[in-house]
Design a protein. Structure first.
Length: 276
């Protein structure tokens, strides 16, 4: 299937094409001419959010499972808890349509997506880790994030990766869990499309294999090798409370398991930060 260019979506994005001056930010002319991936890869110019563009295409019947949208930048990107995601040109902003998850896996989607993303980046030489439940870290600094959105029968993973730039420490929230960084030279030599193509291809195989051949319990053990802060003292906080304990793993229903004062605790929401 050829690479596709996003149409105009009122309030979301203008029509995009190979003639647009931003097209070269995503893909090379040689890739446009040579790639014929089996899935749809929609290329999108500046947009409100790549998740908005993907949901619109899905509702039109033009975004099937494992199809994706790749945007040059976003002016209203969103992250965990609907926080604004800074979206500078030169970084990766993508939305991937995922298959419907069997009931036992439904609370594992974010962690499963993070796991396949970490393994795919590791194959490219980036030793990243997953900070429960949806952040990607490199040497303790955030280089990416995942946001899962589901509307009706459409399940999307929004994925952002800092490739070229990241927010300055001074520009970030005072209550941030960690500073930001960019992958930089670790992904040099690849276009954004070329990188995304490799991540989708490897991720599709791993994700599908886990759903068909594994169980959430088995996966909760497999994911441990990419978990940031495993075995260390962490704090998990939300607007109501904060729990401190040793991070011992992930539960089969996607929670974080802590050995805390008073016994073992399993939490299903909150922001994780390491003990200072």
């Amino acid at each position: 299937m050829p690479i596709l260019w996003s149409p105009e979506i009122p309030g979301v994005t203008e029509a995009f094409s190979a003639r647009h001056p931003d097209a070269s930010l995503l893909i090379t002319e040689g890739e446009i001419a040579s790639y014929r991936p089996p899935e749809r890869f929609w290329l999108c110019g500046p947009c409100s959010s790549v998740l908005d563009a993907a949901m619109h295409l899905a509702r039109r019947g033009e975004l099937d499972v494992w199809d994706s949208v790749l945007a040059t930048r976003q002016w209203s990107g969103r992250g965990q808890l609907r926080r604004n995601w800074v979206s500078e040109q030169g970084n990766l902003f993508a939305a991937l349509r995922l298959p419907a998850s069997p009931e036992p896996w439904q609370n594992m989607v974010s962690i499963l997506t993070g796991w396949v993303l970490c393994l795919g980046l590791a194959e490219l030489g980036a030793p990243v880790r997953l900070k429960w439940p949806n952040d990607i870290l490199l040497h303790g600094r955030k280089v990416g994030g995942i946001l899962i959105e589901e509307r009706g029968d459409v399940l999307l993973a929004g994925i952002g990766l800092n490739l070229a730039t990241c927010p300055d420490d001074a520009a970030m929230r005072r209550d941030r869990a960690c500073e930001a960084a960019a992958l930089g030279d670790l992904t040099a030599g690849m276009s954004i499309f070329g990188l995304w193509l490799r991540l989708v291809n490897s991720g599709r195989v791993r994700y599908s294999r886990e759903l068909s051949d594994s169980t959430p319990l088995e996966f909760s053990q497999s994911v441990e090798r990419v978990l940031a802060y495993l075995g260390t003292v962490v704090h998990v906080s939300d607007n109501r409370s904060s729990v401190c304990g040793v991070f011992t793993g992930v539960s089969p229903d996607g929670g974080i398991v802590l050995d805390a004062q008073g016994g073992r605790r399993t939490l299903h929401s909150g922001s994780l930060r390491p003990q200072e």
